[in-house]
Write a protein that binds this ligand. Sequence first.
Ligand code: HEM
Length: 247
Amino acid sequence: MSKKQAYYKMIESPEMLDYGVYLQCDKLLSCQKPLNDLATSDELQFQIVHQTEELWMKLMAFTLAEIMDYMAQKQSHRVVTLFNRVHRLQRMMIEQLSVLETMSPKEYQQIRLQLGNGSGQESPGFRTLLKMPKDLWDGFNEHYLDNGKISISSIYDEEYCHDDKYAIAEALIEYDELFQLFRWRHLFLIHRSIGLGSDSLKGRPVDLLQSGASKRFFPELWEIRSEMTNRWGSAYGKVRPSISGKS
Ligand code: HEM
């Protein structure tokens, strides 16, 4: 047996001690194509990056469901800590996409032939995550905004005191921003591997993804920024006098 094949055997069927038994490493390591059947050596990283991202999305969705419960109990410190975990997972997911940019466009074409008409839009984790923002907002509205009686404007401007409501609103907008950053980062990955002018495996133009990436889950939290700029700006009109006297 060649050295390479000996290592393949070690990678695919290692001895399971307690660590491996508890983590079910035998199952985990058999979730990828057998190493000798890969269409190209890049296919292993392609599968592992996608599978890892699915696991992070599973943990994110689980954590967001916990956040909804803690909002209902008004346990704001818990909510903020758990959002912090979700934000770290989102940053990791964005960063991980770059691993796939080490794959050449040609090798990706070889892998793409294996994919049937599968699409990232069928990702189970992503589809669950897309359903959750509405419930997050409803929970925030019910338990922190007194069902719409407390306005976003009062939290950010008139009665601003950096309280629990403000901290959670900022955690929500951070989630929104990082979610869309993932989509934009993913667009660059597509641009680099198959190009934006092509069609997806479902036959849809790839650049349709740009409209998804421009959406906002919590528009009120974004709008308050421009409302405040207009309100505060009305004191000086559109253009202020120069401070230096030179511009
Ligand atoms: C070279 C790597 C990749 C390529 C070429 C690629 C390509 C694409 C394309 C063409 C679409 C549009 C599908 C359609 O309209 O039916 C798409 C969607 C998507 N892909 Fe990827 N993808 C790659 C890697 C990844 C990775 C690593 C993830 C990890 C989670 C991912 C997750 C998604 C998601 C969630 C969508 C739906 C996005 C949305 O609706 O905004 N993709 N991908």
